[in-house]
Design a protein around this ligand. Sequence first.
Ligand code: 4AZ
Length: 244
Amino acid sequence: ILGGASAPPGSHPWIAAIYIGDDSFCAGSLVASCWVVSAAHCLFRSPLVSRIRVVLGQQKFNVTTPDTRTFGVEKYIFPKQFSVYNPTLHDIVLIKLKKQDGRCAKKSRVIRPICLPDKAMTFPDYHCCEISGWGHMYEKQNQYNSLQEAGVEIFPFKQCTQPEIYGNHVTANMICAGTSRCVDACQGDSGGPLACVQDDVSFLYGVISWGEGCGKTGKPGVYTKVVNYVNWINAIMKRKHKSK
Ligand code: 4AZ
């Protein structure tokens, strides 16, 4: 996260740190006790589930404490439209955590799921939402950080689809946010939440997905539009519950 501030412990209790193999990392959002939403491009090389670790309640990158909980992964599921040939097109993945003693995440001071939006939920242009993550704090940084948070404004979709911004790469399944104020997501923040608040409740409105560089003027961050996938997410989560 560029231009953010250190997140107080427990201020983003749904954020998940996802360690993939020896040197790949993404963030995610806990949406139910056993389910984390992240970006599909994080897993598009189809890593073995045994190589993935999901850590909840984490503050500093790669540091576990008595507050953190580490989970293995049972499976991960891409939307049917997802293609490895174009991994940012439907850039969302559902990760099912492995149960430990019959359960997954237990709520605590620093662990709690974020609400999924209703299919019809929208936030207006320039509405201020929040991003968080352990990613780079400037473009050329070569390490990850303690958890950062920042506010970004929803960028008008009509403007974001102008060819001079990202050609024709921004689709109706994406949201743009953040503009020229040096506040943005960056490498290592992928998969993490764009959280928007309505009536004092935080909703997972976007998934950190892509953008040209970080914090560049005229190059907003691009996020997966979660409302377009909530039916799919809810269907998968129900299906899995039934088969247990
Ligand atoms: C990345 O590489 C990345 N500025 C994520 C978000 C953005 C750029 C890069 C948006 O994970």
